[in-house]
Design a protein around this ligand. Structure first.
Ligand code: HEC
Ligand code: HEC
Length: 204
């Protein structure tokens, strides 16, 4: 008798811990995969604080490996979620498309080619050195993308348009193979950036 109740207790407690682990894994997984909707920041009354909170949320995308791999600190793109140096060795070249004999388009074609794990897009090339994000804080990235001298001479309207509409940026949500997509959707990211600009575009 004592044995049966002991067994029942043991089974019940192990089921309980399994479900705890499952719930925990699910919630942390979701935090990485999702973006908070813009409306969830409406309750922050202080304009500056709201702006910074919106940009910090958008930072989950900006600092994601899918974006940073193309905005490296030096002349060489990085790869994978670990942001390792690109193999084989390729460099930016004069216009971001590589150097003769080793252009990006040699391997990167119009679309993702999952059989060989090669990502693709018709305009696949590296961001200019002035747009390097790797190793920078979110505050530094924020100041930099607002600065027309470093952001490709974009005003706020073109900057918002670039982030919410550009299909090279959009690749990050459909990266092919087993790559982790950027969190949320490009539309949600665009809304966060829009609301950040509307609230004064303050930087963290
Ligand atoms: C010799 C072939 C080759 C050339 C040339 C090449 N790449 Fe790649 N690239 C690859 C392959 C293969 C991968 C996928 C690696 C993986 O994920 O395992 C890759 C991955 C990448 C990634 C990482 C995507 C991600 O988020 O994981 C970036 C960024 C990238 N390449 C940029 C470039 C740029 C920019 C150029 C030109 C300057 C270039 N590549 C030239 C073969 C090449
Ligand atoms: C395949 C490479 C590649 C990927 C992936 C990529 N970018 Fe870029 N990015 C570029 C290039 C190239 C430019 C320069 C384009 C120009 O000025 O015409 C650029 C410019 C930008 C700019 C302009 C301002 C500045 O200072 O950087 C923003 C903003 C930007 N990218 C955001 C993103 C975001 C957000 C992601 C991920 C969701 C992303 N990019 C992913 C290549 C890439």
């Amino acid at each position: 008798m004592w044995f049966r109740s002991w067994l029942a207790l043991a089974v019940a407690s192990s089921l309980f811990s399994i479900s705890l682990v499952a719930t925990f894994a699910q919630s942390t997984g979701q935090d990485h995969a999702q973006l908070r909707p813009t409306s969830s920041f409406d309750s922050i009354r202080d304009r500056r604080a709201r702006s910074i909170a919106l940009f910090t949320e958008a930072g989950k995308v900006l600092q994601h490996p899918r974006c940073v791999n193309c905005h490296p600190a030096n002349d060489r793109p990085t790869q994978t979620d670990l942001m390792r140096s690109h193999q084989p060795l390729v460099v930016r070249g004069p216009d971001g498309h590589g150097v003769p004999g080793m252009t990006c388009a040699t391997c990167h074609h119009e679309n993702n080619f999952d059989a060989a794990r090669v990502p693709g897009h018709p305009a696949w090339h590296l961001a200019p050195a002035s747009m390097a994000w790797h190793g920078k804080s979110l505050g530094e990235i924020c100041e930099q993308i607002k600065d027309p001298k470093r952001n490709g001479n974009r005003d706020m309207t073109t900057l918002i348009h670039h982030m919410s509409e550009d299909s090279l940026v959009g690749w990050a949500w459909a990266p092919g193979s087993d790559r982790t997509p950027a969190p949320g959707t490009q539309a949600m990211f665009g809304e966060l950036i829009n609301a950040w600009a509307a609230s004064g575009a303050f930087c963290p």
